[in-house]
Design a protein around this ligand. Structure first.
Ligand code: FMN
Length: 314
């Protein structure tokens, strides 16, 4: 997730039991140019392996060049990556206007050309992430085209690019995709509590379920979902336990040179979300000028009661 899934956050998720994580998406042109900020986005470490580096772009040659660059950085040991993931799902206006992300769902031939060029250019496995379609559900056809183009796996967010996030359940529709292709299908969309993640997995038949926003401020969603899968009780974390996990994020962030107050504030807001009394903390966090201010606010935060105000952040 752009602006959130930095190396520190991914390490917390992996330690909590996520099977693999992906980097924030990186612009293929910027990767080829070798910009410092883009390289920092793609920085992974051995401990978090397997990690997929996600890239986005609008044309086959720059996407394939970006794949070559990542492969060579991995070869020289400057990067650790297990796979490269092609973003064909982002619905953000700026990305669509550039002809990238979910814009490519409107032009499946071009999408397949990109996937094919990247698969040929890369020793590392290429995977792809799509929405079910632009406006209509065409996930089966899109998945078959991507398989034909050589991708090793595919993540499918079952909503279309244009429909927003209102519909809460629709993952059963992914069964058709699972049956139509031989490659592993990772299901995504709405698996934002441990029980919903388990239901998603069981009702869709997907090889794995991808948890995105449900992990924000809440990496323990992975250990809780895994516990449920093993038939165990998944107890929500107390505020003290959550505070400890935020402090561990801060420690890992510092260790890895992540010092953006904006990013720290965004993470801190997610960590307190769902607890009673969060409104005041959020206002203070929005005014925090540096990382230490944000940390202090979380250190001092005490929810009105230790119960959660919703089951969003278990
Ligand atoms: C803040 C934020 C940033 C995101 N950034 C990316 C991204 O860089 N690449 C990507 O493939 N999806 C990105 N997504 C989409 C998620 O991966 C996922 O498809 C979507 O949130 C639905 O899953 P969920 O219901 O588990 O959140 C982002 C989502 C959020 C909320």
């Amino acid at each position: 997730m752009a602006a959130y899934t930095d190396i520190a956050f991914r390490l917390l998720c992996r330690r909590a039991g996520a099977s693999m994580c992906f980097t924030e998406f990186a612009n293929a042109n910027a990767i080829v140019r070798g910009g410092e900020n883009t390289l920092a986005l793609m920085r992974t470490c051995k401990e978090e392996a397997p990690t997929g580096i996600q890239i986005f772009g609008a044309d086959a040659s720059s996407m394939a060049d970006a794949c070559r660059k990542i492969n060579s950085l991995v070869e020289t040991g400057e990067l650790f990556a297990s796979s490269i993931d092609l973003n064909f799902g982002c619905p953000a206006g700026s990305v669509i206007r550039a002809g990238a992300g979910s814009a490519l769902l409107r032009n499946p031939k071009k999408m397949a050309e990109i996937a094919s060029a990247c698969s040929k250019a890369s020793e590392l496995p290429i995977t792809a992430k799509i929405r079910a379609g632009w406006r209509n559900n065409e996930a089966v056809e899109l998945a078959k085209m991507l398989q034909e183009a050589g991708v090793a796996g595919i993540a499918v967010h079952w909503r279309t690019a244009t429909e927003g996030r209102k519909r809460q359940e629709g993952w059963s529709a992914l069964q058709g995709v699972v049956e139509a292709v031989e490659i592993p299908v990772i299901g995504n969309g709405g698996a934002n509590t441990p029980s919903r993640a388990v239901q998603f997995l069981q009702q869709s038949g997907c090889a794995a379920v991808m948890i995105a926003s449900g992990a924000l401020g809440n990496p323990s969603i992975f250990s809780q979902a895994n516990a449920l899968l093993d038939g165990k009780e998944a107890a929500p974390l107390s505020w003290n336990e959550k505070r400890k996990s935020f402090m561990e994020y801060v420690r890992l962030a510092k260790e890895n040179g992540i010092s953006s107050p904006k990013r720290m504030r965004a993470h801190a807001i997610e960590w307190v979300s769902g607890f009673n009394g969060v409104k005041k903390a959020r206002t203070k966090l929005n005014a925090a000028k540096n990382v230490d201010d944000a940390v202090k606010i979380l250190e001092e935060f005490e929810p009105d009661s230790h119960s959660l105000s919703s089951d969003k952040k278990m």
